[in-house]
Design a binder for this molecule. Structure first.
Ligand code: PDD
Length: 301
């Protein structure tokens, strides 16, 4: 069934949702994006994701920012129109359409695209067995805190993981310390019960799910240590997991072919996953309570 997609002010059937070849997102990756989890038809952590989008656009010197008040009803309408119960909703904002020129355009409106994806984000069977990761050099730029669509290094990392028969890749810096996953934040639990996760900086995306996990630590007996950790430390960890809007907490059971503990999801990762999904369900339900009342009409071809 065709989805409804939002493009620059219109809700369109996906086959009619088109963007100009002169869009700066297409030509220069001059665009930022966000991915929100959808549970029970509601959007979780919407405010935090929209605040991060605002920050990304601000850091990229976008001239216009549409406030959450403007984006949120559109995202909710899209989820509702597509009858999406569980999955993701995506938003991308580019600097707009202009004949190819590196310099920023003067009076161009940003392009805004939104679409939904049906996906088992909470009811994900993969979480029961956990995933394997390899480590690859982090070849990204120095502003990984900005969520831009310049994702080729992440695609290369995931493709290399697939080539080696692994599920995903964790990236490492020149000191062999893990920065983050290709599309998630990386965490380990040490043998002495510390949750170690890299501290916030321009080297990693400031994950919304990471914030949620750290908040939930008070419901565990884990002690938080925000610092870099090495590949060797990760391979010797008691548990490992990654966090993201599309997977919440996902246990990692193998790093570079080395089994973590007994090669099964660890109890802390399992508990944090449960708590994290619980918090997201609550947040999504709150958002549902204030959903827009009417569906919008989709423009036909
Ligand atoms: N990725 N680090 C990177 C490089 C990411 O791309 C993501 C998210 C995260 C986790 O952030 P959050 O918890 O806010 O989702 C960390 C999304 C899911 C994506 O690109 O599909």
């Amino acid at each position: 069934m065709s989805r409804t997609v939002y493009v620059n002010g219109e809700f369109l059937p996906e086959e009619n949702a088109k963007i100009s070849v002169f869009d700066r997102g297409f030509l220069f990756a001059d665009a930022a994006y966000e991915v929100f989890p959808v549970l029970g038809g509601g959007i979780a952590d919407a405010d935090a994701h929209l605040a991060r989008l605002a920050r990304s656009l601000d850091e990229l010197n976008f001239p216009t920012f549409y406030t959450p008040d403007e984006y949120l009803p559109l995202l909710k309408t899209l989820v509702r129109n597509n009858k999406l119960e569980e999955g993701l909703v995506y938003i991308q904002v580019s600097r707009g359409i202009q004949d190819r020129d590196f310099n920023f355009p003067k009076n161009t409106d940003p392009s805004v695209v939104m679409f939904t994806q049906q996906k088992s984000v909470a009811e994900n069977p993969v979480a029961k067995t956990g995933i394997s990761v390899i480590t690859v050099p982090d070849i990204r730029w120095q502003r990984c805190d900005i969520k831009t669509v310049g994702l080729l290094p992440a695609c290369l990392a995931k493709a290399e993981a697939a080539r080696q028969g692994a599920d995903d890749a964790w990236m490492h810096d020149e000191d062999n310390n893990i920065t983050e996953g290709s599309s998630n934040n990386a965490h380990i639990i040490t043998q002495d019960g510390k949750l170690v996760t890299r501290q916030l900086s321009n080297a990693i995306l400031h994950g919304i799910t990471r914030v949620s996990v750290l908040k939930l630590l008070e419901q565990t007996n884990l002690i938080l240590e925000e610092r870099p950790f090495s590949i060797a430390e990760a391979e010797a960890a008691k548990e490992a997991f990654c966090s993201s809007a599309s997977a919440f907490v996902m246990p990692v059971v193998k790093i570079n072919g080395v089994e973590i503990a007994d090669g099964k999801p660890g109890p802390h990762a399992v508990k944090l996953r449960e708590l994290c999904i619980g918090a997201a369900i609550e947040s999504a339900a709150k958002a549902q309570a204030t959903r827009p009342k009417r569906s919008v009409k989709v423009k036909s071809a």
